[in-house]
Design a binder for this molecule. Structure first.
Ligand code: DHB
Length: 332
């Protein structure tokens, strides 16, 4: 059994898609709904539809049989209304029978005001809320020109957490998650965890989980022949994902799991391409695991493959459920 309880949400499979690749259109989300993904996570929405940055804005780096990615997409998305349309959500549910799977609505407003506006609209729509399991607030998009990353600006981040975790939406049946950027220095993990423990939990807020982590910003791909950047937007810089952030993500999961209150779950994200990668994330303390670059490369059949590899590995080790090894990484 590789099901899990993510901050109160029942997932039949702990492997799910990350917001980002193949999550923009109705068709792409339907394909995830029909797959073995344990939940459905939509592309980070802004209030208005966006076409994103100019092309080329995505590239892959092949490392043997594994893949890393650099993207500077700039939040292309269909806009808040498209991902919160109740008849669309009903169709999604019908695709993911027998019981439907949790729908995680990712939002990435260009300001706190815009994020709050989206929460307000959700809270006012019972027909949408009945389909909504969680809102995942992305505070880690590195690719919108002129918009510094909220998760690295602690005063601003604290205000976002303080305000959003107290929104009435999260006193209902809806879970709040934050998608974090990768952090690189131990004092930053102390500071983020303290802030989340104290502000979100300590003052009557609600916080279900954090995702560790989004892409690592300021990556640059160089074309030797043309002597140009590979990507066009933002001077060629973009967010690094996939295989090249796998160990950084594991470190982030482990660091935050050891500092956060037990009631705040950690979702691993970064470089998961195999059952072993998922196992490592769970061993570091992840409740569930998101897949982005590999989902883009392989398509939604990746969820069943990774899940069955994880089941096989567990069987070999004599584990019957994730709790048998979750967070039990030992230091040599
Ligand atoms: C985009 C990239 C991200 O890493 C993210 O968190 C959100 C959006 C993007 O460029 O679309």
């Amino acid at each position: 059994d590789i099901g899990c309880n993510l901050a109160g949400l029942q997932l039949s499979c702990c492997i799910l898609n990350a917001s980002g690749p193949r999550t923009n259109t109705e068709q792409q989300l339907m394909d995830i709904a029909r797959s073995s993904s344990g939940a459905l996570c939509s592309k980070s929405a802004t209030l208005e539809e966006r076409s994103g940055n100019p092309q080329p804005r995505y590239t892959e780096i092949q490392l043997g049989d594994r893949t890393a990615s650099i993207n500077s997409e700039g939040l292309p998305n269909k806009g808040f209304a498209a991902y919160s349309d109740s008849s669309f959500l009903q169709r999604l549910k019908e695709c993911s029978e027998p019981h439907g799977k949790p729908y995680i609505f990712s939002i990435s407003g260009l300001s706190l005001k815009e994020n709050l506006e989206m929460l307000d609209r959700l809270a006012e729509s019972p027909d949408v809320l009945q389909h909504l399991s969680a809102v995942e607030v992305n505070v880690a998009c590195p690719n919108v020109p002129g918009k510094p990353l909220v998760g690295y600006d602690f005063p601003q981040f604290a205000e976002v957490v303080q305000t959003m975790s107290r929104h009435p939406l999260f006193t209902k049946d809806c879970v709040l998650g934050f998608k974090l950027p990768p952090y690189l220095d131990a004092p930053l993990f102390d500071a983020v965890a303290k802030m989340l423990n104290e502000i979100a939990l300590g003052r009557g807020g609600a916080l279900g989980y954090v995702v560790c982590c989004n892409t690592l910003g300021s990556a640059l791909a160089v074309d030797i022949e043309t002597e140009t950047t590979v990507l066009h937007p933002k001077g060629g810089f973009g967010g690094l994902g996939g295989q090249l952030v796998r160990h950084l993500a594991l470190g982030n999961v482990r660091h935050l799991r050891s500092r956060l209150d037990d009631s705040i779950h950690v979702v691993g994200c970064g470089g998961v391409a195999t059952g072993e990668d998922a196992f490592a994330h769970i061993l570091c303390g992840a409740t569930a695991v998101q897949v982005a670059t590999q989902h883009r490369v392989e398509g939604p059949q990746c969820f069943e493959r990774i899940a069955s590899e994880l089941r096989e590995l567990m069987q070999r080790k004599g584990y019957t459920q994730l709790e048998d090894f979750r967070g039990k990484l030992r230091v040599r």
